[in-house]
Design a protein around this ligand. Structure first.
Ligand SMILES: NC(=O)c1ccc[n+]([C@@H]2O[C@H](COP(=O)([O-])OP(=O)(O)OC[C@H]3O[C@@H](n4cnc5c(N)ncnc54)[C@H](OP(=O)(O)O)[C@@H]3O)[C@@H](O)[C@H]2O)c1
Length: 277
């Protein structure tokens, strides 16, 4: 059993990872930058390490006192994404320096345009750190989701239409938050150094199916729009809503003996909890 330093431990995915680790017999030391976060961590049964991504000494001491690190903290400020990525890279370098030569596990989270962070993590694998990068599906769904799907619901409510682009056959991969949490625990316990892991449960959900459930629950029409209309309708999600990005986690499942067991995205939406507010 390990003492695991978790950054982002207070977040949507991090809090599920904390519970998964504790239920698996590990001790969690969660990074928190607020009293509220610290109280949540204590309630979940974790120890609290006060600090932040901007306080590199707090990252050094957190990593130094742990048997392994899971890095999930990220500044979700899309108006200054370059700063978010630079902060992520610096955090990874700082933690990596502490872990070099130790053979300890260091599990990180991939981001769009985050190649510099991923390259650093892969290089650390050659310097005696048992690194693994988890590449999560763009939709990590479940109770408390604040990502793309709630945004689609908000847009459909505002516009009075649940739209898809073209024939809506373009596919989005997805993963349940609790399956993602188990993947992080298994990666910590047994991923070989330099692993690149696919955090995907549903390999590709047709966008039209997502739009249909949203339309059904909001009681608004489900309609096709053209690519030209997408940005006007979906705003910043226009490009993302058009993507066809099926992904498979078969190799990751085989490597770690991991199997996503929780509801898929459509079944989760059909539970209705996304529409209660
Ligand atoms: N949710 C998704 O659908 C999804 C999909 C793909 C990838 N991801 C990635 O998965 C990871 C976790 O996502 P999430 O949904 O759990 O995010 P989240 O709910 O927004 O949580 C972000 C975490 O980062 C912490 N954090 C933010 N800025 C920080 C700072 N300056 N110093 C220290 N901690 C800071 C937050 O702490 P506070 O509690 O103090 O704010 C929180 O614990 C992120 O890397 C995210 O980009 C998420």
């Amino acid at each position: 059993m390990m003492r695991v330093f978790v950054t982002g431990a207070t977040g949507y995915i991090g809090s599920a990872v904390v519970s998964e680790l504790i239920n698996g017999g590990h001790t969690v030391i969660g990074l928190s930058r607020s009293d509220k976060g610290a109280a949540e961590l204590k309630k979940a049964g974790a120890e609290v390490h006060h600090g932040s991504l901007d306080d590199l000494d707090s990252l050094r001491s957190g990593a130094a006192n742990a048997d392994g690190v899971i890095h999930l903290a990220f500044i979700h400020d899309f108006s200054n994404f370059a700063h978010s990525l630079a902060t992520d890279l610096l955090a990874i370098k700082t933690i990596g320096e502490v872990l070099e030569g130790s053979g300890k596990p260091f599990i990180t989270t991939a981001h769009a345009n985050g190649a510099a962070s991923d390259n650093e993590v892969l290089a650390l694998a050659k310097r005696g750190v048992r690194t693994a990068i988890v590449s999560l599906a763009p939709s990590v769904h479940g109770a408390g989701d604040k990502g793309f799907v709630p945004e689609l619901i908000k847009i459909a409510r505002e516009k009075g239409v649940s739209a898809y682009i073209g024939d809506g056959s373009n596919r989005w991969p997805a993963i349940h938050r609790l399956d993602a949490a188990q993947l992080y625990r298994l990666a910590l316990e047994k991923a070989p150094a330099g692993s690149q892991l696919d955090g995907v449960g549903d390999e590709g959900v047709p966008f039209r199916s997502i739009a249909s459930v949203i339309g059904q629950f909001l009681n608004v029409p489900v309609e096709s729009i053209s690519h030209e209309e997408a940005n006007d309708h979906f705003g910043f999600l226009g490009t993302i809503a058009a993507l066809d990005i099926p992904r498979s986690s078969e190799a990751t499942q085989k490597l770690l003996g991991w199997q996503p067991i929780h509801l898929g995205l459509i079944d989760d939406l059909e539970q209705g909890h996304y529409f209660s507010s």
